[in-house]
Ligand binder design. Structure first.
Ligand code: PEP
Ligand code: MG
Length: 659
């Protein structure tokens, strides 16, 4: 028997709703199918259900065959029509992305390097500070199959081995889900992976390949790629992101088959130095940052997002070591000098003593700076220099307040989008921006609209493969092409502006039309909110100056906006044509190069002439050696990692004292 209905599940049967539907369906003995546009799939497979791409307000049919068919249809139709009824909240999280996909080889378990041999390596000084700690090498192994076909007599055993591995992965995920300490967000991620691991789409595809003579690892890799490709092909951004989930589950199964452990960054010991060839910004952002003593990476530069995260959490980091990082794979202990960009493997007694001295000096310097927390830096002519904080989450508010930030000069909204692994709702964004506005009122909070693409892609928005992503579809370019996403953010910002001093700035502006188009959207959003009777307020609109084009049209731009904020991280890479992530061009990626400094000066001149505020939120804003130059150029706002704020205030006060 069968019955049709219109789906009322918000945003359709993606991820978690699919899981709930499957959970319900599995409670019945009957065979149950869901049919859309003539295509029927088993309602007991969340993967197949997701691939059916059922959207809200579409018509579907539930068909059941068996003793309890009537009850099954009633329950499933009931869910589709009224998804909120009778739910347990364990399922209320959206699906996550890749989740625990990286394997970690703990150096403590590896062969120790020869004691006493202190070897020095040189990389990019990316986050200041000195630290010695146990090495925690994070090199996810490459996974490859056996590269030979199985003999007929090997096949049964290989299927058995595969099934055991799948069970082990499921058990591991169940164990993780049973932990009370798992945050709601992580629970959603693990639960989504568990559904895929428990679904027979992946396992039956892999078993079919093993029966055809493939070894289990090759079979899993191929099966995962096939199913992931199906997810990528669906015309739904949420479902496209599930491709990563499938790969993550496949990887977990392969690691068990290889007998390798997959330890996540969660297990990093207190004070350890994280060593990796590369780490995703999001992977680092959600790692237990309080426990990480230092970061060493083969990739990255001083203004890559790993560096920015490390700096904002006061974690010393040396990046861009290139292949030299491999020398650290077996290190027991590492000494890291984030000021000079030096890394010393297995430090000897002399190095230890030297580092202990430096740590002490740095601690003394920090203690001496705390008097500047409550200082409002003023120049001899009475101009106040707003020393503000760059943050990316509400969790960082406290550090910014503790440091004495006079507001927020850059709130990077990307983390909000990355963290939730689905596009955050307008309500959730409005709450976040309002919380910030309230925390710093009456000081300004400058929220940067979504700046993804380049090195910051997120799940939930499909990005094209680009030859040069830094020159591609990112920042304001992407937002203007996706008014559905952009307007949601602008509406949230208008709503939050009621609660404090919200200002909004646009990233990656290179043409004046981008500002004008944004203004049209802002006006549209304000009109909609008014019509809906939702409280909202106007905000100042500014732009980041981070492309050479923006510098060159700065006089015209200044007439259209309320403020400039110079993004030296991108401005430097674009002026110098030197990738901010590529250590081999790190020397060219230098903000003090006369070309970059003159771009900053041109921007300042244009802003000052137009009478608008000119600030800076790139990493250069916190450099004590450059602050006086920027202030003399006419900048009146400098925004930086909270860790740099007190020293910046001291520098400005010293400058004021000199007259
Ligand atoms: C910049 O480019 O200077 C900047 C502040 O933005 P982001 O580092 O996030 O690209
Ligand atoms: Mg930038």
């Amino acid at each position: 028997m069968e019955r049709s209905t219109i789906v009322r599940v918000h945003e359709g049967l993606h991820a978690r709703p699919a899981t709930r539907f499957v959970k319900l369906a599995k409670g019945f003995e009957s065979d149950v199918d869901l049919i859309k546009d003539g295509k029927a799939v088993s309602a007991k497979s969340s993967v197949k259900l997701m691939l059916l791409a059922v959207k809200e307000n579409q018509e579907v049919t539930v068909r059941a065959n068996g003793a309890d068919a009537i009850e099954a249809i009633e329950a499933l139709i009931g869910y589709l029509e009224n998804p909120k009824a009778g739910l347990d909240d364990e399922d209320s999280q959206p699906a996550g992305d890749a989740g625990p996909k990286a394997a970690v080889v703990s150096a403590a378990e590896s062969a120790p390097a020869a004691p006493g041999a202190a070897t020095g390596l040189r990389g990019v000084a990316a986050s200041e500070g000195f630290v010695i700690g146990p090495a925690f090498a994070h090199f996810p192994p490459d996974i490859a199959g056996q590269g030979r076909m199985l003999q007929a007599e090997e096949i049964t055993g290989e299927i058995e081995r595969f099934r055991t591995a799948v069970s082990a992965v499921q058990a591991r995920m169940d164990h993780a889900l049973a932990q009370d300490s798992l945050s709601a967000g992580d629970r959603g991620i693990v639960a989504a992976l568990r559904d895929i691991a428990a679904d027979d789409s992946l396992t039956s595809e892999a078993e079919g390949l093993i029966k055809g003579g493939n070894d289990a690892i090759s079979a899993v890799i191929t099966a995962a790629s096939t199913i992931a490709a199906d997810f990528s092909a669906v015309d739904d951004h949420y479902l496209n992101a599930r491709a990563d989930d499938v790969h993550a589950v496949g990887r977990q199964i392969c690691l068990v088959l290889l007998g390798q452990d997959d330890v996540s960054l969660e297990n990093i010991p207190e004070g350890a130095i994280l060593i990796a060839d590369d780490i995703g910004a999001w992977d680092l952002a959600r790692a237990p940052l309080k426990r990480i003593g230092g970061v060493v990476c083969g990739h990255g530069g001083a203004t890559s997002h790993i560096a920015i995260i490390a700096r904002s959490h006061g974690i010393p980091a040396v990046l861009g070591l290139g292949d030299q990082v491999n020398a650290l794979r077996t290190a027991r202990e590492v000494a890291l000098d984030g000021n000079g960009g030096h890394v010393i493997i297995n430090p000897d007694a002399a190095t230890r003593a030297d580092f202990a001295g430096r740590v002490e000096v740095a601690a003394k310097e920090r203690a001496g700076l705390t008097v500047f927390k409550t200082v409002t830096p003023k120049l001899a002519d009475g101009r106040i220099i707003e020393v503000a904080a760059n943050i990316g989450s509400l969790e960082e508010i406290e550090a910014a307040q503790e440091a004495g930030a006079l507001g927020i000069g850059l709130f990077r909204t990307e983390l909000l989008f990355m963290r939730h692994m689905h596009l955050p709702s307008e309500d959730m964004q409005a709450e976040t921006y309002a919380a910030l506005a309230k925390a710093f009122a009456p000081y300004p909070v400058i929220v940067r609209t979504l700046d993804i693409g380049g090195d910051k892609p997120i799940a939930g928005i499909e990005f094209p493969d680009e030859e040069n992503p830094f020159l591609g579809w990112r920042g304001i370019r992407m937002c203007l092409d996706r008014p559905d996403i952009f307007k949601r953010q602008l509406r949230a910002l208008l709503r939050a502006a009621v609660h404090g001093n919200i200002k909004v700035m646009l990233p990656m502006v290179s043409d004046i039309s981008e500002v004008r188009q944004t203004r049209v959207l802002v006006a549209e959003c304000a009109a909609e909110l008014k019509a809906e009777g939702v409280p909202h307020a106007a905000f100042d609109l500014g732009v980041m100056i981070e492309t050479p084009a923006a510098v060159l049209i700065a006089p015209a731009l200044a007439k259209e906006v309320a403020f400039f904020s110079i993004g030296t991280n991108d401005l430097t890479q674009y002026i110098m044509a030197a990738d901010r992530l590529n250590p081999t061009v790190a020397k060219l990626n230098d903000v003090t190069n006369p070309a970059v400094m003159s771009a900053i000066e041109m921007t300042a001149k244009a802003g000052v002439a137009a009478g608008i505020m000119v600030g800076m939120c790139g990493e250069a804003a916190g450099r004590p050696d450059l602050i006086a130059i920027f202030v003399k150029m006419g900048l009146t706002e400098l925004s930086m990692s909270p860790a740099s704020i007190q020293r910046a205030k001291k520098t400005i006060m010293a400058m004021a004292a000199e007259g």
